[in-house]
Design a protein around this ligand. Sequence first.
Ligand code: SF4
Length: 260
Amino acid sequence: MVAIHTNPDTRQKLEILSSDAQYDLACACGTSDTNRRIRGQGDRWIYPVTLPNGGQSVLFRTLISNVCANDCKYCPLRSNQDLRRCVMEPEETVNAFMEYYRARKVFGLFLSSGVTVTPDRTMDRVYFSAYQRGLGDASLPGESSVSPDEQILTREHRLYQVDWLLRKYGFQAAEIPFTESGNLSATLDPKEHWASQHPERFPVDINRADRLELLRVPGLGPALVDRILQYRTQHGAIQSLDRVAKPNKRLQKASSFLKF
Ligand code: SF4
């Protein structure tokens, strides 16, 4: 018998790589079972997500490569596993994403990858993934851990929130609050936790505060802060947050930290 091997085309690669991407679930998941880790019903590389600021979006989600030089015992893609392996070329990835983006089926791109050359080269972007029991080597402590999934996933979410505080909200690493056990709070998001330790910084005057001061207010994200600043420039004083956004729980929370 003669075996015929064919190189997968882009669609076939997406099938393989998006299937293998199921193990490192998309960033910034929400904190309830209803709003995280839900996949699109059609193409498996379309992925609804909840953003750290509470907003919703849809990502084009795939691995760039399921080829990996490493053999991490907890990982189903570890090098000693017998898998069909492939790599998306940069141009293939861009073209596939842009096709979906132009059709307004996705609004962002989330890529991850096995280690193709060196870990440093591969891990240029931040990525956190909660431990997933049942996929790794049985000898690992995580496989028999009794921590509830809810707790593990919330901790993953907290890491993404901290990442946003550092990259988008002007926080310094030394300002990130931890509990007495040295962990991020399971019950308060990191900005709210920080605010609870700094009552002297509140209430913030919504009509005088600068961008960085407003970004410190729990419930306010960069987009809303920009709308507040724009409203102030165009219309003058803001009497209520209803002027810049529809009322919701986040605005309600923000209002309690603001002075009008
Ligand atoms: S480096 Fe990443 S993809 Fe490779 S085996 Fe380890 S966890 Fe899996």
